[in-house]
Design a protein around this ligand. Structure first.
Ligand code: KIV
Ligand code: ZN
Length: 560
């Protein structure tokens, strides 16, 4: 094996915090959520959203329940600026929603940003500059002091522009961008300077956003950094600690969750993890992770199909079919053992009194996010008889009994193995019809009349049913009149005596399909022959006795 060049990389620095407390904590409530879909998400799109698309996305975010929404980088482009103006001028911002606008810590950009929010009831001005060692050395070629001065001058200007505007609904957020690459003590120093300039206090809290601009370590190290920061900040009551995780290592959700344990109050992220490079933290996943722990996420994803549709339309991005909670395949089981367990779990759930969700392989009830049960079990060559029965039951009300499931399972398996393809619920239903209901060879029941032999003085309860049948067999017509203790018994006696077939019914189940007055009856029958052969059949008719007789003929037709 060729070795990869791992020596090229250095391990990320750990934090000296042996008495860390976050590992023993639990999340008990939703954080303050802030959506960055319209800014970080948008700036990462090959085709950024138009103003109309941004309006659609904004309305979606409001309907989901976001109270803080970063709507753009208004000084960056005319589209960004006019979108913010449109939100304000067209009164599209509900009173309880705060828009957030991002600006670099540069005078002309800050001034333009303030112009964009004129007239907004509530707004967060989000100021950032990059503080990491790498950016200081390589990008800006500036000392720590010079970088700190950029933060402070921007903070001062923001403060004076707020005062000039007279708008008390404006709040402040500061991000030491590239925090994950910034020495902790230096990040703290810069944030303290920002707090001082803004006059942060318990009554005038400022948001300090500590971004995982590039995800450089495991989530536990990030959590250590957040706990360290929360412990060392000079006035914890004067700040809202926010995190903004990117997903370079694929652990942005874990990073954000552990950051909450470590003391963060607020989470920035985007729907389905859209954002720069590997994306921003996926708010859908984090919110639904809370839901599945019995915590109110304070965001409503109960109509996931609509959330997906608006997201796809506005961003032109796809959602991976395996995406947590929202992907098209995440509530689908193909494998037989999973299908069986899901089917049993769903039945147990339907019977359970407390209603607590406890279904194998499904950490969330698909219906809670607007997905239907029909999608849960899909059938291919990996599937089992339980899953096939589940699909027929859920989609067509056909409840194949357990003893018959292997028989139909084999018929399905034969098709999926031969074609290598998935079978839809409709195709499974068609196959059931073809195998059992529609089979007319070698026996085709043409006529069957059932009567009760009340006038026969010999008749008693055991031999009171008379059956008159006409069947087209392999060698021509078979007609008989036979008596039995019920229609099935009479039919078996007549058929055996006419054909010489030695069989009896050893399993029988029936139920109705549909609830209306014209509901049909379906019967499932297994016959056992003298020579040991077993065969299953099924019949459907408005008359329950006829459905059973058809089921026997169906079983005879499947006798090999
Ligand atoms: O990722 C980041 O650091 C950012 C900042 C501007 C908050 O997007
Ligand atoms: Zn970002």
């Amino acid at each position: 094996m060729k070795r990869m060049n791992y020596q090229k990389y250095a391990a990320y620095q750990t934090v000296d915090i042996p008495d860390r407390t976050w590992p023993d904590k639990r999340i008990t409530k939703a954080p303050i959520w802030s959506s960055v879909d319209l800014r970080d998400g948008n700036q990462a799109l090959p085709i950024p959203m138009s103003v109309d698309e941004k309006v659609s996305m904004f309305k979606l975010l409001v309907s989901v329940g976001f109270k803080e929404i970063e709507v753009g980088f208004p000084s960056a482009s005319a589209t960004e600026f006019s979108f913010v103006r449109k939100l304000i001028e067209d009164r599209l911002i509900p009173d309880d929603v705060t828009i957030q606008v991002l600006t670099q810590s540069r005078e002309h950009l800050i001034r333009r940003t303030f112009e964009s929010i004129r007239g907004a009831k509530n707004a967060i001005v989000h100021l950032y500059n990059s503080t990491s060692r790498q950016q200081r050395d390589v990008v800006f070629r500036m000392s720590r002091e010079e970088i700190m001065a950029i933060a402070v001058s921007g903070t001062k200007l923001v403060k004076s522009l707020k005062e000039e505007s007279g708008n008390s609904g404006i709040r402040f957020e500061y991000s030491p961008e590239s925090f994950t690459g910034t020495e902790l003590d230096y990040a703290l120093e810069v944030c303290h300077a920002v707090m001082d300039t803004w006059g942060a206090s318990a009554d005038n809290k400022v948001i300090l956003n500590l971004p995982s601009t590039v995800e450089l370590s495991m989530p536990n190290i990030y959590a250590d950094r957040i706990e360290w920061f929360c412990r060392h900040i000079k006035d914890r009551e004067a700040v809202i600690i926010s995190v903004h995780a990117h997903n370079d290592r694929g652990t942005a959700v874990a990073t954000s969750e552990l950051a909450i344990l470590a003391g963060a109050d607020r989470i920035e992220g985007a729907l389905f993890g859209n954002g720069e490079r590997c994306g921003n933290m996926d708010i859908v996943t984090m919110a639904l992770n809370l839901l599945t722990q019995g915590i109110d996420p304070e965001l409503d994803f109960s109509d996931m199909p609509t959330v997906r549709e608006v997201y796809r339309r506005c961003t032109r991005m796809d959602i991976h079919p395996r995406h947590p909670y929202s992907g098209e395949l995440v509530y689908t089981a193909f494998s037989g053992s999973h299908q069986d367990a899901i089917s049993k779990g769903m039945k147990a759930h339907a019977r359970s009194a407390e209603g607590l969700w406890d279904v194998p392989y499904l950490p969330i009830d698909p219906q809670d996010v607007g997905c239907t049960y029909e999608a849960i079990v899909r059938i291919n060559s990996q599937s089992g008889k339980g899953g096939i029965a589940f699909v027929l039951d859920k989609e067509y009300g056909i409840q194949i009994p357990k003893w018959m499931q292997p028989d139909f399972g084999m018929a399905v398996q034969e098709v999926t193995d031969r074609t290598g393809e998935e079978l839809s619920a409709d195709q499974i239903h068609e196959l059931f019809q073809k195998e059992y209901i529609g089979a007319k060879e070698p026996y085709h029941l043409k006529k069957c009349h059932i009567s009760w032999d009340d006038e026969d003085p010999e008749a008693n309860d055991e031999v009171a049913t008379i059956i008159n049948c006409s069947i087209l067999g392999p060698d021509g017509d078979i007609s008989f009149k036979a008596k039995g203790n019920g229609p099935l018994d009479a039919f078996v006696r007549g058929m055996s005596s006419q054909t010489g077939l030695d069989f009896h019914v050893d399993e029988y189940v029936e139920h109705s399909i549909g609830h209306s007055s014209d509901a049909l009856a379906i019967s499932y029958i297994r016959i056992s022959c003298g020579d040991g052969r077993l065969s299953c059949g099924s019949g459907i008719d408005s008359n329950i006795s006829l459905a059973s007789i058809k089921a026997i003929v169906s079983a005879l037709n499947r006798l090999h």
